[in-house]
Design a protein around this ligand. Sequence first.
Ligand SMILES: Nc1nc2c(ncn2[C@@H]2O[C@H](COP(=O)(O)OP(=O)(O)OP(=O)(O)O)[C@@H](O)[C@H]2O)c(=O)[nH]1
Ligand SMILES: [Mg+2]
Length: 202
Amino acid sequence: MKIVSVEFEVSAPELRACPAWALPEFAFIGRSNVGKSSLINLLAARRDLAKVSDLPGKTKLINFFVVNGAWSLVDLPGYGYAEVGRQRRMEFNTAVADYLAGRRNLRGVYVLIDSRLPPQAIDLDFLQWLEGTGVPWGLIFTKTDKQSDAKTASAIAQFLAALPAGRAVPEVLRSSSETKRGRGEILASIGRRLAEAGRAAG
Ligand SMILES: Nc1nc2c(ncn2[C@@H]2O[C@H](COP(=O)(O)OP(=O)(O)OP(=O)(O)O)[C@@H](O)[C@H]2O)c(=O)[nH]1
Ligand SMILES: [Mg+2]
């Protein structure tokens, strides 16, 4: 799919404040610091469209970017990190949960997983919750530039083996905002989901 234009539209603190338009939407979620905002910039081929930081918890709002005037990319706050005074604790943002469970024009959610880590309970728990929403989802293993392809392949196999038995194998993609790996595949995946949604509507 060719990207002709990407425009930042709005940031919303919660579902109620999200724009009313009916463009098909694709959202990116995952642990804080996994690389969601970097991936949006990779897809958009724009360096500073979404705000990136070394420190977890950078993205705090639901950010909408309209692509080709036809569909939206949504950058979400991460889960698994919250600053509470000087303590850190696990947290899942209720605004994000409301958005994922209640946004009617959401056509797909890409769940980002750090390719360098063994399966994390918080990601597996999140996926279990996401299944309950009925929104179609896929996995993107990020930061593949940081290790060999063999290590990434083994991390992916371990993660898939940790998913509940009997489920269909989800779509699996790989990305690196450093090498630009995955851009074409992820845009093609979005293109397929848009075509499916178009067929279902027509
Ligand atoms: N080497 C490498 N670094 C990456 C990659 N993607 C992201 N990073 C780095 O990881 C850090 C976090 O990236 P972000 O894109 O801000 O992560 P995020 O998931 O949006 O984080 P929050 O908004 O805090 O939830 C930054 O320092 C990025 O430069 C990648 O593919 N390769
Ligand atoms: Mg972010």
